[in-house]
Design a protein around this ligand. Structure first.
Ligand code: HGY
Ligand code: MN
Ligand code: MN
Length: 409
C-alpha cells in the first residue's frame, strides 16, 4: 500500500467541474451558502459520493457525510471541508478538502483496499459565514459547539433564515446532529496566506486555529444637509462607521504580533453624496492566536465605540456575529501530518491557521489536524486564488497516507 498515490488528473477534473457551478465571469466562483448555486454544487458532490459507493446522509443542518465501511464497525476516520464559497471565491478554498477526500476514496476503491476502520468524507454547511453568521456553522452544530435551533433561526444578510433556505434547496436532512463521532478528523486546505510560498515549503502541518471575533455595529444618527449643517450640529453615522473601521486598523497596528483586524462591510443610509448618513452598519473582524490578546483587542474596540457614541451623539448597538477561541490541534495528529509529509519527501513546517476551518469544530471531540498547501501570492477569498497541481498532489497524497495510518491503527 505504501506506493498508493492519488490520480491528480481525476482530482483536477473534479475541481474544475465543481468550479463551473456558480462560475464568475473571468474566473472564480460564487456559491454563497444555501443559494441555488450551493444547491447545484451539493447535488454534484452528492452524486460523486454515491458513484463511489459511499453511504450518504444529510443531517438537520444540511451537513452531508459519506461513509465507506471498514473491516470493523465504529467511528470513521473523517475528512472533509466545505463547498460553500464567499462571493468572490476561488476554486480551492474548502472545495479542495472535499474533493481530495473523494479522490482518496476512489484511489482505495481502485486498489481494492479496505481499511480496518471506516472512512468518511463530508462537506459542512455554511463554513464561510458570509451570508449567515457565524462561520463554521454546519460543523459547529455537527460537533455540538453551536445550537441547531439558533442556527436554523439565523437570518442572513438578505433576509431569509437558514432553516427556510435548507428546506428550499432540499437539504433539510433527517439525520440528528451532535451524534456523529469521528475516530479522527483531518482536513486538507489551501493556506490562504503567504507563508508556505515565501519559504518555498510544500506542506503545512497545521498546529491550530487562531481566535475569531466578528461584531456588527449599527449606528443611528441624524440625516441632514451636507452643506448647510454646521459641524457642531452633526450626528453623522457615516463618519462613525468610518472611525470604527479605521480604529480597528489602529488596534492591529498598535498591538502588532498576530493581531489582525478587518472591516469588510460598511453600509450607509441613504448613501448619497450630499446627505449626512442617518444610519450605518459596519463589521469588525478581529483575530489573534492568543485569547487574552484577542480580548484586549475587543476591549479597545468597545471603549472607542463608547467614546464615538458620546462624541458624535449617535446611538450604537453591537451584535456579536461570531466568537471562537483559539484551538490547538492534537499533537499526535500534527506529528503524523509532519512525518507523513517528510516521509513522502516533501518539505514541511508547523504553523497556525489564520482562517477558521471545520476541523476546529472536531478538535475538542477527536484527534484533529489539518494539512496546508501553498496559496499563490498568499491570495484567497479572491477569484485569483491558485494552488499549482503538483502542490495539490502533494497535499492529497499526504491526506491519503494520514487517513490510511489513522484507519489502520
Ligand atoms: O473567515 C474565515 O476564517 C473562514 O473563511 N470562514
Ligand atoms: Mn475554507
Ligand atoms: Mn473561506
Amino acid at each position: 500500500m505504501s506506493n498508493l498515490r492519488i490520480d491528480l488528473d481525476r482530482l483536477m477534473g473534479r475541481i474544475q467541474r465543481l468550479g463551473q457551478v456558480g462560475a464568475l465571469e473571468g474566473g472564480g466562483v460564487c456559491r454563497l451558502a444555501l443559494t441555488e448555486e450551493d444547491k447545484a454544487g451539493r447535488d454534484l458532490v452528492v452524486g460523486w459520493m454515491k458513484e463511489l459507493g459511499l453511504e450518504v446522509s444529510v443531517d438537520r443542518i444540511g451537513n452531508v457525510i459519506g461513509v465507506r465501511a471498514g473491516e470493523v464497525e465504529g467511528p470513521p476516520v473523517t475528512t472533509g471541508s466545505h463547498i460553500d464559497t464567499v462571493a468572490t471565491g476561488g476554486l480551492y478554498d474548502g472545495n479542495l478538502g472535499v474533493l481530495a477526500g473523494l479522490e482518496v476514496i476512489e484511489t482505495l476503491n481502485e486498489a481494492g483496499v479496505t481499511t480496518r476502520h471506516p472512512l468518511a468524507v463530508g462537506f459542512f454547511t455554511n463554513e464561510e459565514g458570509a451570508r449567515f453568521a457565524p462561520d463554521m456553522m454546519g460543523s459547529g452544530v455537527h460537533q455540538g459547539a453551536l445550537s441547531l435551533e439558533a442556527c436554523l433561526a439565523t437570518e442572513g444578510i438578505d433576509g431569509t433564515t437558514v432553516g427556510n433556505d435548507l428546506v428550499r434547496i432540499g437539504y433539510a436532512g433527517e439525520t440528528p446532529v451532535g451524534e456523529f463521532c469521528a475516530r479522527a478528523f483531518i482536513e486538507l486546505h489551501v493556506e490562504q496566506g503567504p507563508v508556505l510560498e515565501e519559504e518555498g515549503t510544500e506542506i503545512g502541518a497545521v498546529t491550530g486555529v487562531q481566535g475569531i471575533s466578528w461584531t456588527e455595529y449599527s449606528i443611528s444618527g441624524v440625516s441632514n444637509h451636507a452643506g448647510t449643517t454646521p459641524m457642531r450640529l452633526r450626528h453623522d453615522a457615516g463618519y462613525v462607521a468610518a472611525a470604527i473601521a479605521t480604529f480597528a486598523r489602529r488596534i492591529a497596528r498598535d498591538m502588532g504580533g498576530d493581531q489582525v483586524a478587518t472591516s469588510g462591510v460598511i453600509e450607509l443610509e441613504p448613501n448619497l453624496v450630499n446627505v449626512i448618513a442617518r444610519r450605518a452598519k459596519v463589521t469588525v473582524d478581529l483575530r489573534n492566536t492568543d485569547e487574552s490578546l484577542l480580548q484586549e483587542a475587543e476591549q479597545r474596540m468597545a471603549a472607542r465605540v463608547l467614546e464615538l457614541a458620546g462624541e458624535e451623539g449617535v446611538e450604537i448597538t453591537a451584535r456579536s456575529l461570531a466568537r471562537f477561541q483559539p484551538v490547538d490541534f492534537d499533537a499526535g495528529m500534527v506529528d503524523l501530518v509532519a512525518e507523513t509529509a517528510a516521509g513522502l519527501g516533501h518539505s514541511v513546517r508547523r504553523m497556525p491557521s489564520g482562517a477558521g476551518h471545520d476541523a476546529q469544530m472536531f478538535a475538542p471531540n477527536c484527534p484533529a489536524a489539518m494539512i496546508f498547501v501553498p496559496s499563490k501570492d498568499g491570495i484567497s477569498h479572491n477569484v485569483r486564488e491558485y494552488t499549482a497541481p503538483q502542490e495539490i498532489a502533494a497535499g492529497a497524497n499526504v491526506l491519503l497516507r494520514v487517513m490510511l495510518s489513522a484507519a489502520s491503527s
